[in-house]
Design a protein around this ligand. Structure first.
Ligand code: CO
Length: 470
């Protein structure tokens, strides 16, 4: 086995039963709850590879923290795709960058009827209306038990909201007491649907027609507005998706001559209040957004173009070539009364997989963003954690040679006064040791408080959440 970051792309085949992890350092007594993370963990079905990192089979990882102890459980999501592909040893469902369908009929069916997808929900987790859900970019979520990680089943909605692609980054709106998400309906008239989710179901906020839909992995939410950033990575001909000869994402084209557009939507009335052009760019992740007089501030992990998507094919990641690019933390100033959006760099440290003190700061002026980045001067996978003070424009990092940290999840201390009073939880691959560990950092100083050793190298994940009281 290779001793570098590529261990994070090695397939796992078995669940890992609940096990107690040895802890070094001192876990804060107040840190009680469960970090649940999601990500692809198995990249082959028989002799066939899924091609792209984003198409690997979903595995949930839980770290239960209580009384100074940590217990880990890892379990594959029992999706239709997992069951069929692993039993048959071949690939049966369309995904982000795979399309095994042979006949025109089944291609069209798999685009227009989401129940025909494999429901490989490998991107994120959320607690929505009291249910614990694993999410991906096809609309149906998978409910799971947060204690055992057992798959409970597909969550469907009996309403007239339709669409084929959604985001795995719903927002939580404290004013509306609802989740908010985006779903794109590709068809003769393509529309972005914005909607609320509560315990009683989904309600449409807006239906916005679009000629050339953008691929959007996330969006922003201020106190009044939903902020769509329609990147210059767009689908030129919607019908090509229905009668496609290419996998989903390979139909999108980065168009360097086409502006990126910030589309600003009133979150209550659904009215489009502004469309603000910006020079072309691409991103997966919004960091935060807020209102500042007659403009919006939109912080985002930006890329010059969409080349990163190509760099995340498994052949590229596992091969001898260079490591994927990492985004730069840009602050866009979005004027609501006319004009173009402009940007400035918030940090010279690269950053993606961003997190903030969400409950306190989302949609509001704030001070700290956290993420994983690449240490300057290294040509490597994500190899450090970064904290950016977006007011002072300074940063602090955590780095250890040969270690590859994942998304840092901020957990606030109880009754915290300072925005950064709390810890960051990150699952780190220690390539030299051939193991992973859960790293607990003091968010204020980015110094290690404790770590819990996992007896195996865990595959890199995408996103996770900390759930108190679980
Ligand atoms: Co994401």
């Amino acid at each position: 086995m290779t001793a570098d970051f590529r261990q994070g792309f090695v397939s796992h085949t078995e669940d890992i039963e609940r096990t107690s992890l040895p802890v070094t350092g001192d876990l804060p007594a107040w840190l009680e709850g469960t970090l649940i993370r999601n990500g692809p963990a198995r990249f082959e079905a028989g002799p066939h590879s899924y091609r792209h990192w984003f198409d690997g089979l979903a595995m949930l990882h839980s770290f239960h923290l209580a009384a100074g102890q940590v217990h880990y459980t890892g379990r594959f999501i029992q999706s239709r795709q997992y069951a069929r592909d692993t039993a048959a040893g071949s690939i049966h469902y369309s995904g982000f960058a795979i399309d095994p369908c042979r006949s025109l009929f089944s291609r069209v069916m798999s685009v227009f009827f989401p129940e025909e997808t494999g429901n490989n929900t490998n991107v994120n987790v959320a607690r929505l209306a009291g249910r614990y859900l694993a999410l991906t970019e096809t609309p149906l979520a998978m409910e799971f038990d947060p204690r055992t990680l057992a798959t409970l089943g597909v969550v469907g909605y009996d309403d007239d909201l339709t669409g084929q692609v959604t985001t795995a980054h719903p927002h939580d709106d404290p004013d509306l007491h609802a989740g908010i998400n985006l779903m794109t309906h590709f068809g003769p008239t393509t529309q972005y649907h914005l909607f609320r989710i509560t315990a009683t179901g989904r309600t449409r906020i807006a239906a916005i027609p679009v000629q050339q839909p953008a691929y959007m992995h996330s969006f922003g939410l201020t106190q009044r507005y939903i902020v769509l950033c329609e990147f210059s990575f767009r689908l030129p001909h919607v019908l090509k998706l229905a009668f496609r000869t290419r996998p989903f994402i390979e139909n999108f084209v980065f168009q360097p001559q086409q502006d990126t557009v910030f589309t600003v939507v009133d979150k209550v009335s659904g009215a489009v209040v502004a469309r603000v052009p910006a020079d072309p760019f691409f991103a997966f992740h919004h960091v935060n957004a807020y209102e500042d007089g007659d403009r919006l501030i939109v912080d985002i992990c930006a890329y010059e173009d969409a080349a990163l998507i190509g760099q995340l094919y498994l052949d590229a990641l596992r091969g001898p070539g260079g490591a994927p690019q990492v985004g730069q933390l840009r602050r866009y100033s979005v004027p609501l009364a006319g004009g173009r959006a402009t940007w400035e760099l918030l940090s010279t440290d690269s950053l993606d997989l961003p997190r903030i003190h969400y409950r306190r700061c989302n949609g509001r002026d704030y001070q700290f963003a956290y993420g994983a980045g690449g240490r300057s001067g290294t040509q490597d996978f994500l190899n450090q954690l970064v904290k950016v003070d977006v007011k002072q424009r300074t940063s602090r990092t955590w780095y250890a040679p040969g270690c590859y940290p994942g998304e840092p999840v901020f957990v606030p201390a109880p009754d915290a006064a300072a925005e950064d009073d709390g810890v960051l939880l990150s699952v780190v691959l220690d390539a030299a040791a051939g193991t992973s560990f859960l790293l607990v950092l003091a968010a204020a100083t980015m110094t290690e408080i404790a770590r819990a050793q996992v007896p195996a190298p865990l595959p890199f994940g995408f996103h996770g959440q900390f759930f108190g009281g679980v």
